[in-house]
Design a protein around this ligand. Structure first.
Ligand SMILES: [Zn+2]
Length: 458
């Protein structure tokens, strides 16, 4: 990641807070930094520049202070010593990850999946959480020993397994097995760590990156499946972009609750990672304009969108709306998965759109540079496969919902509001007594309440 990308890239609000906390912390007293015209900390300085050398001097002094010999790898050690919380906030997604070697790498994740026969193991769970969840019996502890190549003779019990792992693996920087939540990068970054966390890392640590992409892929599918809009036409158009080697984004990201509609704009690589599914003021204006002639937002997310859409005046506010809509959609998907979990999945079928699968599309005079085309030609699909396609569409929609719920931290970041819980209980009552019309309006009620709740953070 170049210096300019890092400084110019849209910072997650959590990261802004993090930089302020760090530069003002006494542990970093005397470490050189500047602010730009907006007052934002210039987090990155090229190591070889004059100011970069000032930073290096400071880190060298810290090494002496902590008795760390100046040699390869010394800055990684000292950056961890100096860090006041050992928790790093990701510049891109705002997630907080530990700086210690507590996250299993790709190979370790694969061994856990194999030994414990689990299908999903989110990369951002640390080794202690994983062991706590999976290692319940003596037999399980033997499995953990195999994963970490610990001799079978080692006396490990449920009681001491965590301290054992801490001492011999985490504290020992067990590089082949575990990795930290952010890679060391002294003295370029102020805190000595790459700004993007392992959650969003692209260049290095390909193993975990891949796992992260798979996770994003799963999330993407659940957004698509539960969004309104002609998904078939959207998919066809999207694959045209892909065939032309161009990455494209929805105007109105589906991850925020907008329709999966056949309207994209092509992105450069830098733009793609920087935007991270957030809207600009211009995006919001395009959506408001499009909304005059077509539905742009899915029914479930329309409540929040309608409350806030006319309040957006700046790019910053567009990002704020994006974050609130994403959180709101998270809540909605959790509500859906709770309904499914309680055995009322059938009730949710009415919110899916299988009929779009009856058509296929060709786009005349498609221009990948602009994403525009002259005509979309629809072809009705007939034949025996249609029912199969619909069955598969339904099955995938529910599978993705289940996966969404199981994936990390789904319980965290949930609403903390008694009213919502009470309204949800009412919904389940209606479902249980098969009052389906009432259940439908009660679901709308719940979602409306969620929108009101999330809008309070505007
Ligand atoms: Zn991240």
């Amino acid at each position: 990641m170049s210096e300019t990308t890092d400084n110019k890239r849209q910072w997650h609000p959590n990261f802004v807070k993090y930089t302020e906390f760090i530069v003002n912390h006494k542990n970093y007293k005397g470490l050189y930094f500047e602010r730009n015209n907006d007052g934002q900390v210039k987090w990155v300085i090229t190591g070889k520049s004059e100011n970069g050398l000032k930073r290096r001097d400071w880190w060298d002094t810290q090494c002496k202070k902590f008795g760390i010999k100046i040699e390869a790898g010394c800055y990684a050690k000292v950056a961890l010593e100096v860090h006041p919380t050992k928790k790093h906030t990701c510049q891109i997604c705002g997630k907080e990850l530990s700086l210690e070697y507590v996250y299993p790498n790709k190979r370790t994740i694969a061994s856990f999946k194999k030994e414990f026969n689990v299908s999903i193991l989110p990369f951002s769970k640390d080794i202690f959480q994983i062991v706590k969840e999976l290692a319940k019996t003596d037999d399980d502890i033997e499995k953990v020993k195999r994963i970490f190549k610990i001799p079978t003779s080692a006396k490990i019990t449920k009681q001491n397994i965590e301290s054992y792992l801490q001492k011999y693996f985490v504290n020992a920087f067990a590089k082949g097995l575990l990795s930290p939540g952010a890679m060391s990068n002294s003295p370029d970054r102020f805190d000595g760590y790459h700004s993007d966390g392992a959650c969003c890392r692209h260049e290095s640590d390909k193993g975990r990156h891949k796992d992260n992409l798979q996770r994003y892929g799963q999330d993407r599918r659940v957004y698509e499946n539960w969004a309104d809009g002609d998904w078939k036409m959207a998919d066809r158009l999207m694959s045209l972009f892909r065939k032309n080697g161009i990455s494209a984004d929805h105007i109105g990201p589906i991850s925020l609750g907008f329709c999966h509609r056949p309207k994209f704009h092509p992105l450069s690589k830098a733009e793609n990672s920087a935007k991270n599914n957030r809207m600009s003021l211009n995006d919001v204006q395009v959506l408001l304009d499009d909304e005059k002639t077509e539905e742009v937002v899915s029914w479930h997310s329309k409540y929040l969108w309608d409350i806030l859409k006319n309040k957006v005046r700046t790019d910053k506010e567009a990002v704020k709306l994006s974050d609130l809509m994403r959180k709101n959609l998270h809540h909605i998907l959790i509500v859906f998965s709770m309904i499914d979990e309680k055995g009322y999945g059938k009730f949710l079928l009415q919110f899916l759109n299988p009929s779009y699968s009856f058509f296929d599309y060709k786009f005349e005079e498609f221009d990948p540079k602009t994403g525009l085309y002259k005509n979309a030609i629809a072809k009705k699909l007939e034949g025996k496969n249609q029912q199969n396609n619909i069955d598969r569409y339904y099955r995938v929609a529910f599978e993705k919902l289940q996966e969404y719920k199981t994936i990390e931290n789904r319980k965290a970041n949930l609403w903390e509001d008694k009213t919502i819980d009470t309204e949800l209980e009412k919904l389940f009552q209606f479902l249980q007594t098969k009052k389906l019309e009432q259940a439908k309006s009660q679901l709308e009620n719940v979602i409306n309440n969620l929108a009101q709740l999330n809008a309070k953070n505007w």
